[in-house]
Structure formats: structure tokens, C-alpha cells
Design a protein around this ligand. Structure first.
Ligand code: UD1
Ligand code: UDP
Length: 360
């Protein structure tokens, strides 16, 4: 019986925290399984500590590998785990390989599946995440959408609308929960940054796996850093490529280890602008009202453009776009995306507990 959550990566932890907290409040029986897709302390432990996540009941220790290797290891480990636990419902988050593997295992074992952050689409199947999203949504019994667009995509793909729940964005619950603990001045001082600075994160394969793309990104950031000091906490995936591409030596570039959630969000909150290819960061900057330039050709989160601060840019557009942001008059903040109000966790918990009661 009960709910079994599967998490494995940094963004999973940020999304699961409010759902687990809300289910705890209503006394729901829950089990937390960490696949170990992310295992560095800075990508994993720090989030458990800072976000009040419970210690995982099981740690599968799957680790890194090619897509096939990693997914295969995840499938085998999760099959054993889910068979032994026999939950009433499995809950998965986002679009990472741990999400897909857990969904596939649950489906084959006949365990109903809930997908948090369903219906996002970049329409770019070259992104591993787009493959994961589409497949997971086909397997889910309950689909929790963060935006009206997502609800529309699911409808067009033939998903039964009765299964789809528009609940807002649990990642934003986490941000609003911890907003009072953010200290931009302290975070800035800790990294020797001037009062006006930018924050950069890059980790998508399209930007860092291909050396030519990494060089283009490094060139663009070097040019930008001549005008604005840049704090660049790099995911391990991007470190070697961007160092090799010469980013470390550029004046104004502060290369950093991946930051803990509170430190990272503190820096973002105080930033004049953010440059990123992250999914979550496009959303967080939208809510904080910090201008966001996304180094991608597509986004699965267009609401951050229509209702937020986000803009998609090519590398060669970055420096001019940043200049425009820095000289531009502070625009009146758009009314944020609907239901990004910090209450998504309780909304999801309500649907899950209702489902559990009616399938007892
Ligand atoms: C994964 C997700 C991506 C998400 C990102 C969030 C997939 C396909 N991708 O990408 O959607 O945006 O997490 O951060 O699931 N590594 C470490 N330490 C770790 C984990 C990984 O050094 O703790 C290094 C390893 O060299 C590994 C590489 O990073 O090969 C990639 O890790 P992986 O989990 O495969 O994908 P991410 O790039 O982290
Ligand atoms: N994040 C963090 N420290 C960092 C970079 C990111 O705490 O150095 C947080 C931030 O809240 C972000 C989340 O981790 O939204 C997920 O980030 P990531 O970009 O790794 O994943 P994506 O959202 O692209 O899948």
C-alpha cells in the first residue's frame, strides 16, 4: 500500500519536496526511493538537507553511464525494489532517465503511475528529456500539469482528460517556501562578486557535449563577461568542455562548483540577469522577476516567455541581449503563470489521497 516516490537527480529533489511534505501532513504512508543517478554531495545530499527531504528508504546507487547502460541498470534495480515494496501508486517527477525507467517498471508490474510535471513538450526529439516525457505521459494514470499548454499537449496526444490535473508548479512551492531564507548579499560576498553580476548555468548536451557548441557558448559568455561579472556554477557535465573551450580564463568569469539550493537561489535572486539552458531555472527566474536568457532554440516551458522573464537566444545574440536587459528600464512584472502560487504540493496530495481512497 501507500505511495512510492522515485527520485534520482537534482531537479527531481526540488519537485518532490513539496509533494512529500503535503502527503506527510495528511498522514499518507510513503516510501522514498533514490536511484542514485546523481550521487555527488553537491548534486544530491545538499538538497536533502536544505529542502527537509526525508532520508531515502532505499538508495539504489545506479550512477552514471550511457543512456542504455544507465537506463538498463535503473530498470533492473527498480524492478526489484517496486516488486518488493508493492506500492498502491508510484510517483515520478520531471523528465530524467530515472523518471522513464521508474514509469516503465511500474507499468510492466501493473502498478499505477502518477507523473508530476506532465505534458511539457519542446517538440525536439533530439533532447533525451523529450523522449522521456512523451513515453512517461503515455504510461501514467494520473498526470499533473504545471501549465495550460501542457494540458493542451496531453489532450492532443489522446490522453484521457479525466486523468489530467492542472495543479501549478511544485518547483515554485519549494522556491516560495524558502524565499525568506535567501540572502543575496551574503551569497554575493561569499564568491567575491560585485554588486551587479549575472548567474550562468549550462549543462544540456546540445551546449556542452559538442565541442563546437561549447566553444560558441564559451565565446558568447566571454564577450558578455566583459560587461557583467558572471557567477558560473557548473554541473559536472559541462566542466571539462567549457574549461577546454577557454571559459575559465575569461576576465569576469567566476567558475564555481555546483551550488546548494539556498546559495544558488540566493545568487539568482540578487542577479541582474541569468543565462541558462536549465528547465527549472527558466521557471524560478520567472517567479523572481529576474531577466533570463536561455541559450536554446526551443523551450518546453513557453509560459516563462509569455508570462515571465525568459527569452531564447542564440550564442551570437547573447551579448546584445544582455546589454539590452542591463540598460532597459525595469519592466513592470508580468502577472505570473496561473497557479504558480506555492500550493501545488497540497493540490497534488489531494488528488493522490482521493485516488488512493477510491482504489482501496
Ligand atoms: C540529468 C538529466 C537532465 C537534467 C539534469 C539535471 C537525463 C537524461 N538527463 O542530466 O535532464 O537536466 O540531470 O541536473 O536524465 N555526473 C557527476 N556526478 C553526479 C552525476 C553525474 O559527475 O553526481 C557526471 C557524470 O560524468 C555523468 C554526467 O555527469 O556521466 C551526466 O550525468 P547524467 O545523470 O547521465 O545526466 P545529467 O547530465 O546529469
Ligand atoms: N540548482 C542548484 N544549484 C545549482 C544549479 C541548479 O541548486 O548550482 C537548482 C535550481 O533550483 C534548478 C534545479 O537545481 O532549478 C535543477 O537544475 P538543473 O538545471 O540541473 O536541471 P533541469 O531543470 O535543467 O532539469
Amino acid at each position: 500500500g501507500g505511495v512510492l516516490h522515485v527520485v534520482g537527480t537534482r531537479p527531481n529533489f526540488v519537485k518532490a519536496a513539496p509533494v512529500i511534505a503535503a502527503l506527510r501532513t495528511v498522514g499518507c504512508e510513503q516510501v522514498l526511493v533514490h536511484t542514485g543517478q546523481h550521487y555527488d554531495a553537491r548534486l544530491s545530499d545538499v538538497f536533502f538537507r536544505q529542502l527537509d527531504l526525508p532520508e531515502p528508504d532505499t538508495h539504489l546507487g545506479v550512477g552514471s553511464g550511457s543512456h542504455a547502460r544507465q537506463t538498463a541498470d535503473l530498470l533492473v534495480a527498480l524492478e526489484t525494489e517496486l516488486t518488493a515494496r508493492a506500492p498502491a501508486l508510484t510517483v515520478v517527477y520531471g523528465d530524467v532517465n530515472s523518471t522513464l525507467a521508474a514509469a516503465l517498471v511500474a507499468a510492466k508490474l501493473g502498478i499505477p503511475l502518477a507523473h508530476v510535471e506532465a505534458g511539457l513538450r519542446s517538440f525536439d526529439m533530439a533532447m533525451p528529456e523529450e523522449v522521456n516525457r512523451r513515453l512517461v505521459d503515455q504510461l501514467a494514470e494520473l498526470l499533473f500539469a504545471t501549465s495550460p499548454e501542457a494540458v493542451g499537449h496531453l489532450a492532443r496526444e489522446g490522453v484521457d482528460p479525466g486523468r489530467v490535473h492542472f495543479v501549478g508548479n511544485p518547483m515554485i512551492d519549494t522556491l516560495l517556501t524558502h524565499l525568506d531564507r535567501l540572502d543575496p548579499a551574503a551569497a554575493r560576498a561569499a564568491h567575491g562578486l560585485p554588486e551587479r553580476y549575472g548567474v550562468v548555468t549550462l549543462h544540456r548536451p546540445a551546449n556542452v557535449d559538442d565541442p563546437e557548441a561549447a566553444r560558441a557558448a564559451a565565446r558568447a559568455l566571454t564577450e558578455a563577461a566583459a560587461h557583467l561579472d558572471l557567477a558560473v556554477p557548473l554541473h559536472p557535465r559541462g566542466v571539462t568542455a567549457l574549461r577546454t573551450a577557454g571559459l575559465a580564463d575569461a576576465p569576469g568569469v567566476h567558475l564555481l562548483e555546483p551550488l546548494g539550493y539556498l546559495e544558488f537561489m540566493s545568487l539568482v535572486r540578487g542577479a541582474a540577469a541569468v543565462v541558462t539552458d536549465s528547465g527549472g531555472v527558466q521557471e524560478e527566474t520567472t517567479v523572481l522577476g529576474v531577466p533570463c536568457l536561455t541559450l536554446r532554440t526551443t523551450t518546453e516551458r513557453p509560459i516563462t516567455v509569455t508570462h515571465g522573464t525568459n527569452r531564447l537566444v542564440r550564442p551570437e545574440e547573447l551579448a546584445p541581449a544582455l546589454h539590452k536587459v542591463l540598460v532597459g528600464a525595469a519592466s513592470t512584472p508580468a502577472e505570473g503563470p496561473p497557479l504558480w502560487d506555492g500550493k501545488s504540493g497540497p493540490r497534488i496530495a489531494r488528488v493522490l489521497t482521493h485516488w488512493l481512497e477510491s482504489h482501496d
